[in-house]
Design a binder for this molecule. Structure first.
Ligand code: NAD
Length: 256
């Protein structure tokens, strides 16, 4: 029970990687507040997790929504030990010059400003609990990605923010880290695949980019997240941890 009685505020916890994290956090003994802007998946996720956990509808790009969700968590559990900023969007998949100003704003307001909002509203609670922050970044924040410039830019900014936050909050004993997946089979990846030229070849392509030879499910990310938010990682801060099956290694692979 690595996370016994820890309270975890988990954005995007209703689906995909976030829901895999919610299940592993619960298994490790934590109480999870799943936070999402998708009411149907919130309800389904909560019914699967069980009644010692909670859910709150919240758009992380909206400061007031986030403040209310943090207040609700403190009212429900009396403390917050971990803020896991996992919610994100990846649409649209386009080069920079084809990306609309509204699309730019939506990506940055969700993937980056969401972290600003949870930190503004939740930092005092973390100071009190000497808790930690975990951000779900992406490998493309480090290596870039063709046809996905603005998404990659948001994740590059998440990496810089993670390191800067780690420095600023170390004085409060708050650790700040990030996980950086390459591909993970979720709704987001399915939708991204449909935006690519070779839709039929996407599965083979995604297996091929990982040196370990397959595109995983979210459980591989969730296991690392449990470690990073636990006391086992008590001397790790400011780290962007690839959980990528070696996708960043060596020269570009082909599927031949
Ligand atoms: N799937 C991948 O291949 C992959 C790879 C690298 C990084 N990531 C990152 O992992 C994270 C999770 O992605 P996923 O693949 O599980 O996506 P997903 O689409 O399956 O789930 C996204 C979750 O975020 C929530 N969400 C989206 N916008 C929100 C908002 N404005 N307010 C509140 N909640 C919001 C959704 O409701 C959902 O619960 C994202 O940050 C994503 O960028 C995913």
């Amino acid at each position: 029970m690595l996370l016994k009685d820890k309270v975890i505020f988990l954005t995007g916890g209703s689906k995909g990687i976030g829901f895999e994290c919610a299940k592993k956090y619960a298994e490790a003994g934590a109480k999870v507040m799943i936070v999402s802007n998708d009411a149907p998946s919130l309800a389904t996720a909560l019914s699967e997790l069980g009644e010692s956990h909670s859910a709150v509808f919240c758009d992380i790009s909206n400061a007031e929504d986030v403040a209310n969700a943090i207040d609700y968590t403190l009212l429900t559990y009396g403390k917050i030990d971990v803020i896991h900023n996992n919610a994100g969007i990846a649409h649209p998949s386009k080069p920079l010059h084809e990306t609309g100003a509204d699309e730019w704003d939506h990506l940055f307001n969700t993937n980056l400003k969401g972290i600003y909002h949870t930190t503004k509203s939740g930092l005092n609670a973390l100071i009190h609990s000497q808790g930690c922050i975990l951000n779900t970044s992406s490998l493309v924040g480090e290596i870039g990605q063709e046809n996905h410039a603005v998404y990659a830019a948001t994740k590059g900014a998440v990496n810089a923010l993670t390191k800067s936050m780690a420095l600023d909050y170390a004085r409060h004993k708050i650790r700040v880290n990030a996980v950086a997946p390459a591909g993970v089979w979720t709704q987001m990846l399915e939708d991204w695949g449909r935006e690519q030229d070779d839709v039929a070849g996407i599965r083979k392509y995604l297996d091929g980019i990982h040196a370990l030879g397959y595109c995983p499910s979210g459980d591989v990310i969730a296991d690392v997240c449990v470690f990073l938010v636990s006391s086992q990682a008590r001397f790790i801060t400011g780290v962007i941890m690839p959980v990528s099956g070696g996708a960043e290694l060596g020269y570009r692979r082909t599927n031949e």
